[in-house]
Design a protein around this ligand. Structure first.
Ligand SMILES: [Cu+2]
Length: 673
């Protein structure tokens, strides 16, 4: 049976009733709450909705804007769709956005949990067994694996970190205490991890006041042992955003419904849990992008029907207003295609902001648009078209400060989401384009990936190469809207000439499309997790079961035949007071093979917040080596720290020593004034 929805801007539409068994038995729609309803914690309040007069004004303004923008020729139906996207949200709208009918709209409660068919894992401290799956469907077997070019050496290796991470990692981040934080949403229903009985979360959307939900929707995950610690999130983190402050605390913003204006904090410690501040943001940030600024603050940009940006205020404060950002309004098409905008902090302190197929440079200090860049033709690049983007490594030895480059790869044809509604899955985009946004006459330079990819992840590796992984060759983001998972990662070497930059690496066996994530680890391997193209945790009777397995990808640079090249940082030599802007930074390392200064690179990586195929705040700097002293197999290396916080906002970075292309394990280093 095909389920359809009337609402045109529902990106989490349910395709087939097969995938929603668990949710079918959910309770009825919870009663509507009035704005400002007290929810048991004095700072948990629903956001006020716009008054009818204001709504009418916005509608008129939108019509006028569309007409003057030359879109008056749009069909009435198309216009209705667009207006719907621009309409301010109401409570009704939230529920209809997410689920099918009233039966689908309620959040599941504790009594639904046995439906997962899972017994507790003995000694698993609340972990439920992964329910039995069903045989792979034809769609599941239709995958893309590219041949590995072994002439160039190893294609890397895959291994399993955990068969059961408890939650499916829609959001993934690595903390400075060497733990991963993985989280999902409270909207997805029961996960495979339970909160301790006395520490269940208040279910804000249950019809029974005081009802609790004992599913964990976030975990702290030890990527070395697979051990899990449940974390308690109260407000909904569905399709939210995040980054770090200067002290290495996770600052996490937005989400869905009662979560949309929330700012949450999580500190890196063995007993830390979320602290949540509803009502902090001026606008709801559902599918927004967060970026750390040179002053250590975070800026949050965009989100559904949020054509603005705002700075995360000090903890406990709130924002009265946001700063309008016209490009977000201008690039909203009838299925949006401009959510989770790509944002990169440029070396001059300006922000590059890419939405749909357009980009601008904005000065966040003056809120001026400094430059409009040329359109990138070919399709949509942001959610639900979901391409990839990164700021290419800033090589301070080469003067990349003056010519920073942004890369945007893949995505989907603009109509992909609409086509998905009728079971059509167009080929994802193959092109990869680069631009230097600081140049007044900047132009996109385009290259082609071996295969098209939507919902891929793009991580910068410690060597300065990029890793492209996860995603699909057909379709786009949304529940059940993609086909042909691409199982092969690609290595992208930005310094190679066009046409020689891509190399296919060893393929995984696990499809990871919608809501999958990955993260570079301090040991220079990559954690790959998540993936759920269903509306709830669903392990059988669907083309792509919910993924709770976490894998490790070991890139070719750590192949066994390169072990002798691997430098080892002497932890005791890493300055305890971190790295000050513009100062010399010295550390020692050992190397089994003899190395010279010419063999060496020292790089520093800002650990990103990854969700929906985009790693927010990711950046890599290659530092200038100013002294190199060999003493047997031990070496002392001195580099110049980045001179300004525009190059590297304050916070904790992973510093790698790279010898002949093989990175060490990293040291966490605090970068500060
Ligand atoms: Cu999502």
């Amino acid at each position: 049976m095909l389920l359809r929805t009337q609402n045109k801007d529902n990106h989490h539409r349910i395709r087939s009733s097969r995938g929603t068994k668990a949710s079918m038995k959910r309770g009825p729609l919870p009663p509507r709450r009035q704005p400002g309803t007290q929810l048991g914690r004095e700072h948990l309040q629903f956001s006020p909705t716009m008054g009818p007069l204001l709504r009418a004004a916005v509608l008129c303004a939108t019509l006028l804007a569309l007409a003057t923008a030359g879109e008056a020729h749009a069909s009435l139906k198309g216009l209705k769709d667009i207006l719907n996207i621009f309409k301010p949200r109401s409570e009704k709208d939230y529920f209809h956005n997410a689920f099918e009918g009233e039966q689908e709209q309620a959040i599941p409660h504790a009594s639904d949990e046995p439906q997962l068919g899972a017994a507790l894992v003995p000694g698993g401290h609340g972990l439920l067994k992964v329910p039995k799956g069903s045989p792979p469907t034809p769609a599941a077997l239709d995958t893309i694996v590219l041949p590995v070019d072994n002439a160039a050496g190893s294609g890397g290796a895959w291994s399993m970190v955990s068969e059961n991470s408890g939650v499916s990692a829609m959001h993934l981040v690595i903390m400075k205490n060497d733990k991963a934080i993985m989280f999902d949403t409270v909207t997805t229903g029961p996960s495979l991890m339970r909160l301790p009985k006395k520490n269940c979360r208040l279910d804000l959307r249950s019809k029974e006041p005081g009802a609790v939900d004992c599913s964990a929707h976030a975990v702290e995950f030890d990527y070395n042992t697979g051990a899990i610690r449940p974390l308690k999130i109260i407000t909904d983190t569905w399709c939210s955003s995040g980054g770090f402050d200067a002290e290495g605390n996770l600052v996490q913003t937005g989400g869905y419904f009662e979560g949309e204006k929330v700012v949450r904090y999580l500190s890196p410690c063995a007993t830390c849990d979320w602290r949540e501040f509803p009502g902090t943001l001026a606008e709801g940030r559902w599918y927004g992008t967060q970026q750390t600024l040179p002053d250590g603050r975070s800026v949050v940009i965009g989100g559904r029907r949020a054509f603005s940006y705002e700075f995360v205020p000090a903890e406990g404060q709130s924002n009265p207003t946001a700063v309008p950002l016209q490009i977000l309004r201008d690039t909203t098409d009838d299925v949006e295609n401009n959510l989770y905008p790509f944002v990169h902090l440029l070396p001059d302190g300006n922000l590059f902001i890419f939405a749909n197929d357009r980009s601008v440079v904005v000065d966040p200090r003056t809120s001026q648009v400094v430059r409009e860049l040329p359109v990138l033709p070919g399709g949509g690049r942001n959610y639900p078209a979901s391409g990839m983007s990164a700021l290419l490594p800033l090589d301070l030895r080469r003067g990349d400060v003056l010519s920073p480059e942004v890369i945007v790869c893949g995505g989907s044809p603009k109509a992909a989401f609409k086509l998905g509604e009728t079971n059509q899955f167009p080929a994802a985009l193959r092109d990869c384009a680069r631009i230097n946004p600081t140049k007044p006459d900047a132009k996109w330079a385009t290259d082609l990936m071996p295969v098209g990819r939507t919902m891929g992840d793009m991580l910068i590796l410690p060597t300065g190469d990029l890793l492209i992984l996860n995603g699909a060759a057909k379709g786009c983001s949304g529940w059940g809207f993609a086909r042909q998972p691409v199982l092969s990662p690609l290595l992208y070497s930005p310094r190679q000439p066009r046409g020689a930059r891509f190399r296919a690496l060893k393929a995984t066996t696990i499809a990871r499309m919608y809501h999958a994530t990955s993260a570079l680890l301090p040991d220079a391997t990559v954690l790959v997790s998540g993936g759920n193209t269903n509306s709830a945790y669903n392990f059988s009777g669907v083309d792509f079961p919910t993924e709770v397995r976490s894998e490790r990808f070991t890139p070719p640079y750590l192949a066994p035949d390169r072990a002798a090249n691997r430098p080892q940082i002497d932890a005791g030599s890493v300055p305890a007071d971190g790295m000050a802007y513009g100062a010399k930074f010295t550390l020692q390392f050992a190397s089994p093979a003899a190395v010279t200064a010419d063999d060496m690179k020292v790089t520093m990586y800002a650990p990103p917040f990854t969700t929906h195929g985009y790693s927010m705040n990711q950046r890599l700097l290659v530092l200038s080596v100013t002294a190199f002293v060999a003493n047997g197999q031990r070496y002392t290396i001195t580099v110049d720290a980045p001179p300004t916080p525009e190059l590297a906002p304050p916070g904790y970075y992973l510093v790698y020593v790279v010898a002949k292309g093989t990175p060490s394990k990293a040291a966490w280093v605090k970068v500060h004034k």
